[in-house]
Write a protein that binds this ligand. Sequence first.
Ligand code: AMP
Ligand code: GLY
Length: 420
Amino acid sequence: MVGGGGREHALVWKLAQSPRVTKIYCAPGNPGISKIAECVDIDIRDNEAVLKFAQVTGIDLTVVGPEAPLADGIVDLFTASGMRIFGPSKAAAEIEGSKSFAKNLMLKYDIPTAAFAVFTGAEEAKAYIRRQGAPLVVKADGLAAGKGVVVAMTEAEALAAVEMIMCDQAFGAAGAQVVIEEFMQGEEASLLTFTDGYSVAPMVSAQDHKRIFDGDAGPNTGGMGAYAPAPVVTPDLLEEIMRKILQPTVDAMRKEGRLYCGCLYAGLMITSDGPKVVEFNARFGDPETQVVLPLLDSDFVNVMEACIDGKLAAEDIRWQEGSAVCVVMAAGGYPGSYAKGAAISGLEQAESSGAMVFHAGTSREGSAVVTSGGRVLGVTAVDTDTLKAIDKAYAAVREISFDGAQYRRDIAHRVIERMK
Ligand code: AMP
Ligand code: GLY
C-alpha cells in the first residue's frame, strides 16, 4: 500500500480481510496502519524507490492511495517492470490531474457537467468573468491538494480568485491555466466505481462534508466526515448516473487511448436538470473510502485483480445492507495552520465501543500516539441504519480526546432531514 492517511488505513483494513493476503507492507503508513501492516519508511514521491522495494520484497500486488504517485506515472513504471499494481496509468490519471482535460473530454463525449471556459491568461479570464457575472466557480487546472477551487458568489470574489491562482501563483504551475465554470445548484454525492477500462461497477454511494463547521459553514477542508449510502442516489438515479456518466466516461477514456483501470471517483451534483459531474478523481476518496469499504462484502483482492486483468464484467461484487458513518476529528485551527504533537487518549476505549478508528494524521512518539496532521482520525461506525451508525460513531468520538480537537456534530444531517 502506498500512502499513509485515513483512506489508506481503510484500504489496508479491508485488504487484510482477504484470505488471499498473507502480509501487507505500507509506505509510509501510520500508527493505526502499523497494527495490521508493516510500515516502511519510503519517500512515496519517489516512484523508483517504491518499485525497488516492491521488487526486492517480492510484492504480488501494489495498491496506490494518493493521486500524486499516479500522476507521476507509478502505474506505468510498475507495469513496464512486470509488477502488478492497482490504479490508472499516468495518461488515465489526467482525468483528475488536469481539469481542462476532464472538462474537454466531457464536452466531446456529451457527458453532463457545468458549462465552462479555459484560460491561460489572467486578463482574458477576468474579461470573461465581467461578461458572465457571478456566481461562478474558478478552478486551478492542475493538482492543488483539494484547495484550487473557489466558489465565487460575487464578481469580485471570482476576479480575486484569478488573481490568486494566476498572478500570485498560489498553487504554482497548477494555476498556469484556470477553468471557469457555471455555478451548479443541488445536493452533492460521491460515486466511487471499480473499472477495468471496459465495464464499470459502482460502489455504494457516499456523501462527504467539505466545510469545516456544522451546517456546511466556514472554509473547505479535505473532508470532515462522510456517510454511505447516500439516500439522494436512489436506484433510478444510480442507473442514470452509470448510463449517462460513468460508462460513457470509461468508454471515452478508452477511445482516447487512455484506458482507465482502477477506482474512478465521480463527484456529482444532483441538479434539477439531472446528475452532473463536479469533478473526477483518479483514486479512492478520503473520507468516502472509510464508509464505503466497510460495506463491501466481496474479497477486495479479487475485485482489484479483476480490474487489472480486464475481467470485471464476470466479477460478482456484493455489498452489505446497512449504513456507515465516519466523523473526522481534526486538529484545532485546521484547515488553517494547526499544532502538531498533541497526545491522543481514548483510542482503545473508542475501538472497544464497536467503532473503527482510522488514523489519518497521527504519529508515534515513544509509547504515545500524537497528532501529526490536520485531519487526525476518522471514527467510523457501521450499523443497520444511518441513525444508529451516527450514534455509534459519536459515542466513540466522545471517548477520544486531544488538545484542540474539533469535529462536526452534524455528519449525515441530510439523512436526518430527509427522514423528517
Ligand atoms: P472540486 O475540488 O472540483 O470537487 O470542488 C470543490 C467543491 O467546490 C465541490 O465539492 C463543490 O462543492 C464546489 N464546486 C465545484 N465546482 C462547482 C460548480 N461548478 N458549481 C457549484 N459548486 C461547485
Ligand atoms: N473527499 C474528497 C476527495 O477525496 O477528493
